[in-house]
Structure formats: structure tokens, C-alpha cells
Write a protein that binds this ligand. Structure first.
Ligand SMILES: *Cc1c(COP(=O)(O)O)cnc(C)c1O
Length: 238
């Protein structure tokens, strides 16, 4: 870890903090209502350690193998981190996920809810769970971003809430690339409000990334998932 890199991360963090604070002020919301998740996928554990030393606690990952290795490194260093899994959940990765993930943002179908719940229960853990919703039209269950159809979200939330090993905490979305994310964030907020009448504990709204954290916060996001603005541009995955 070079001093330059630490400085780069500190400056990225200051910029993101300022953007979040301004967006909260503009929306008449408390800064404390919004948690920043630093999405560290593709970046080394040394970057996570550096940001953790600057006070960041919440980190997001998208690929189980990479995330499990980083979680091990941070655990060995006795640095407390809250791991958020934001990538597609595969059924055969749930046993691994259940060992380190504190929050899984991307539950979008029954079989993975069951598998993750069973794995967490076996380990004596309870994992916070969000239902990922896609507003693309047909849903995107086999696509790259994932998400259930909006009309299926409430039933899936019921399943999550009834699964020992999981704790239903809210909803998440990733808007389609290129469109206006505002209507998507508004629809997620509406869906979240409806869901809370049946599940008052489902208060988390995970929305907003580097390009669109301001409209997400304006629409009520409680978790923003920030990668590029903190770490820099990711290399294409090969
Ligand atoms: C990679 C990723 C992010 C971070 O995106 P940036 O545009 O780099 O901030 C957020 N959410 C999910 C689901 C991601 O996969």
C-alpha cells in the first residue's frame, strides 16, 4: 500500500461524504439516515484496510470467492467490517456467503432464499436480507443485474420473513443502464412503503451508486452502494 493510494482513497471518501451530506441536506434528511456501503469488488484487501482505518465499516462485494478471501484477511487483521453482498446470489455459494455476509442485498428468488437461510441457520447466524427488485419490465431473474418482478416482491418478502436464519430488512434495486434512474427509485420507494405495512422492520432501501446517489437519496435510499467514486474505475472483468 503506497502513501499515494491511501491519499487517493481518503480524497475519494471525502468527495463521496460531501456528496451524500449535500444530498441529505437537499432532501431534508439526516445524514445518519443514509449508510454508505463501499463497494470494494475487484479492489485488494489492502484498500479495504485503508478505508477501514479512515472509519468506513460497511463494504460491498459481488463475487463470493473474492469476498470470502477478503473477509478472511480482515478477520485475521481483527478489523471489524460489515460485509454486504450485492452480486447475483448462486445457490451453490450460499454456504460460503452465510459464513461472512452480514447483509445480502440481492435475494431475488425462492431457492436462494431457502439455501441462504438454511446455511445461516446451520452456522447459528442470522443474515440481514433485502429483496432485489427489477423494474425493467419482465424482471431480470437470469440477466446480469438480477431482481424479481415488482409484483412478486411482496410474496418473496413473506418467504424471507418466514425463513429462520434470515432477517427481512428491506428492498434493493439496480436501475437499467442509460435510463433515468429517478422513476425507478420512486417506484422502489412506493414498493418499500407498501411492504412496510406488512413488515415494519423492512426499513432499508438500497439504491444509488456512483452515478446516481443524489436522486437515490432524494427518493429515500437508506443504503447507497459506492464503488468508482471511492476506488477509481474498475478494470473490465476478464
Ligand atoms: C459494482 C456495483 C456497485 C458500485 O457501482 P459504482 O458505479 O462503481 O459506484 C453498486 N451496486 C452493485 C449491485 C454493484 O454491482
Amino acid at each position: 500500500m503506497t502513501a499515494d493510494r491511501v491519499e487517493e482513497l481518503a480524497s475519494g471518501l471525502a468527495d463521496v461524504e460531501q456528496r451524500i451530506a449535500r444530498a441529505c441536506a437537499a432532501a431534508g434528511r439526516e445524514r445518519g439516515d443514509v449508510t454508505m456501503v463501499a463497494v470494494s469488488k475487484t479492489w485488494p484487501a489492502s484498500d479495504v484496510l485503508a478505508l477501514a482505518s479512515l472509519g468506513v465499516v460497511d463494504f460491498g462485494e459481488s463475487y463470493d470467492q473474492e469476498a470470502a478471501a477478503k473477509a478472511q484477511t480482515l478477520r485475521a487483521a481483527a478489523v471489524p467490517v460489515r460485509w454486504h453482498f450485492v452480486g447475483r446470489v448462486q445457490r451453490n455459494k450460499c454456504r460460503s456467503l452465510a459464513r461472512y455476509a452480514h447483509v445480502v442485498h440481492s435475494l431475488d428468488r425462492g431457492p436462494v432464499v431457502e439455501a441462504l437461510g438454511r446455511a445461516a441457520e446451520r452456522d447459528g447466524r442470522r443474515v440481514d436480507a433485502l429483496v432485489q427488485v427489477s423494474f425493467d419490465g419482465d424482471g431480470d431473474p437470469d440477466g446480469a443485474r438480477g431482481g424479481c418482478r415488482p409484483e412478486d416482491a411482496s410474496a418473496l418478502a413473506d418467504v424471507v420473513a418466514g425463513t429462520p436464519g434470515l432477517r427481512l430488512r428491506g428492498v434493493m434495486t439496480v436501475p437499467p443502464v442509460g435510463g433515468d434512474p429517478r422513476s425507478v427509485f420512486d417506484r422502489l420507494a412506493t414498493l418499500s412503503a407498501a411492504l412496510r405495512s406488512a413488515h415494519p422492520e423492512a426499513t432499508e432501501v438500497s439504491a444509488g451508486m456512483t452515478a446516481d446517489l443524489e436522486p437515490a437519496i432524494a427518493a429515500g435510499a437508506t443504503l447507497v452502494r459506492i464503488g468508482t467514486a471511492l476506488f477509481g474505475p474498475r478494470a473490465p472483468r476478464g
